[in-house]
Every structure is written in structure tokens, then in C-alpha cells.
Design a protein around this ligand. Sequence first.
Ligand SMILES: [Zn+2]
Length: 74
Amino acid sequence: MAIEVISRGHLPENDQFEASCSNCKSTLRFLRSDGKLTFDQRDGDFLTVACPVCGTSVNVAANKGKPPPPRPSR
Ligand SMILES: [Zn+2]
């Protein structure tokens, strides 16, 4: 019997994150796969990206990701 998908999920690396740069105040949107994931048992895992505007490291909590918007149906 084929495996049936009852409720379709999404890959965690496609989660979208938004964060603002503390240095230049740019607002950034990126995918989990764009950031570097750091495991932190005490404060919680977080993602780090380099701000494309000024290069400052921007951190965002790894559990703040949102699923990607649904693809338009054909
Ligand atoms: Zn910046």
C-alpha cells in the first residue's frame, strides 16, 4: 500500500524568518537554510545571518520561523 499524506507539512529549511538588523535597522527576510543554526540549550536555538547591508550578524530565535506561503495551485 502506498503511503498516504493526510496532512501535508513542509520542510523546516523552508521556514521563513524576519529579523531586523540592530546596526542599520534593515528588515530582513530569509529562509532557515540561509542562516547558520546555533544550538543553545539555555537560551534556545537561534539562527544567524549576516546583514546584506552592513554585514552585522543578525540573530533570530529558531522557533520564530513561519511556514512558506502556499504555492499557487495550478
Ligand atoms: Zn545591517
